[in-house]
Write a protein that binds this ligand. Structure first.
Ligand SMILES: Cc1cc2nc3c(=O)[nH]c(=O)nc-3n(C[C@H](O)[C@H](O)[C@H](O)COP(=O)(O)OP(=O)(O)OC[C@H]3O[C@@H](n4cnc5c(N)ncnc54)[C@H](O)[C@@H]3O)c2cc1C
Length: 305
């Protein structure tokens, strides 16, 4: 493995893999570094129905493998390692990893994010089998069914409003007695007849057989336990960027997402960011892939001048 690269890509999710494909096709020998699973977050999705070109859907793992295969076939190199630090320089940047150091003329950061989990017993068992972290991705699967949304901020309320287009009823379960969402979303949710609120309540157990069937709920005021029968649960308690290593290196927003312009450029020339790690990302495979392509094109322009 060489030590000098024109482009080092950090993260092997849809954004990083697409950036690898575009850089390799433009002959800017890229090195893609992934610390976990090639494919990123989408490998957790049993089926992806909203990525164009797959009218029957595709498993997240297979989609990740196919993009990787395509990028590799054009010469994108892959290293399984964790990037621990990036040290920017005038002409070359130093990339420290768990498998050694590399020199990069440009860097595309595509380190993604993670949905916050509830940590409730049953959650991991039913991911993709009734538990979802994304209404845009999975909402249409629950047409005519009863679902629950867990959370009380903007994302929970907007997810509930979106789900009310498909589900027969939507229960917003919130551990407090009032929402933290913006007034405008709150008013819309309150006016939506399909949405009900279950206040001062936490989920203590997610239960089912092959799929989710019911939630055990506990009222935090009186400790009363109740059962709610549902077909789907949308966990909407926020997400966390994988950006610990970029603090102090680049401007981040208050939640830790990287700020870029629409060309995926950060404040540091030659360092780009793409996908879910970006401030205000739509957090979809298609938008991450689009960002990856845009970042690669911007990196190519940077390297050519
Ligand atoms: C259960 C689930 C279902 C989903 N379903 C859908 C769906 O149906 N449709 C849809 O469009 N979207 C879906 N999504 C969202 C989609 O997966 C993400 O929007 C997309 O994966 C973002 O791509 P990304 O490349 O930006 O980041 P990620 O996929 O998060 O990839 C980032 C990668 O970077 C790696 N990384 C992080 N830090 C480092 C480091 N320091 N060194 C090396 N590697 C690092 C991580 O290990 C990770 O593999 C789903 C997400 C989940 C969790």
């Amino acid at each position: 493995m060489d030590k000098n690269y024109q482009v080092v890509i950090i993260g092997g999710g849809p954004a990083g893999l697409t950036a690898g494909l575009y850089c390799a096709r433009s002959r800017f020998n890229p090195l893609l570094i992934e610390k976990g699973i090639i494919g990123g977050q989408i490998t957790n999705a049993e089926r992806v129905d909203n990525y164009p070109g797959f009218p029957k859907g595709i498993s997240g793992t297979e989609l990740g493998q196919l993009i990787h295969e395509q990028a590799t076939s054009y010469g994108s190199e892959t290293l399984l390692a964790e990037v621990t630090k990036v040290v920017p320089g005038q002409k070359h940047n130093l990339v420290n990893t768990s498998e050694g150091d590399f020199i990069a003329e440009s860097i595309i950061i595509a380190s993604g994010a993670q949905f916050r989990k509830l940590g409730t017993p049953g959650e991991d068992r039913f991911v993709g089998k009734g538990i979802s972290y994304c209404a845009t991705c999975d909402g249409p699967l629950f047409r005519g069914k009863t679902v629950a949304v867990i959370g009380g901020g903007d994302s929970a309320v907007t997810e509930a409003l979106y789900l009310s287009k498909f589900a027969s009823s939507v229960n917003i379960i919130h551990r407090r007695g009032q929402l933290r969402a913006s007034k405008i979303f709150e008013e819309r949710a309150m006016a939506e007849p399909k949405i009900d609120f279950i206040w001062d309540t936490v989920v203590t157990q997610i239960e089912g057989d092959g799929v989710v069937r019911q939630l055990a709920l506990k009222n935090t005021k009186n400790d009363r336990i109740s059962i709610l029968e549902i077909a789907g649960v949308f966990v909407a308690i926020g997400s966390k960027p994988n950006s610990a290593q970029w603090r102090g290196l680049l401007p981040l927003d208050e939640e830790g997402y990287i700020i870029t312009n629409e060309l995926m450029e950060t404040k540091t020339p030659g360092i780009f960011a793409a996908g879910d790690i970006r401030h205000n990302s739509a957090r979809q495979v298609i938008t991450a892939a689009g960002d990856g392509a845009a970042a690669a094109i911007s990196a190519a322009r940077f390297l050519s001048y």
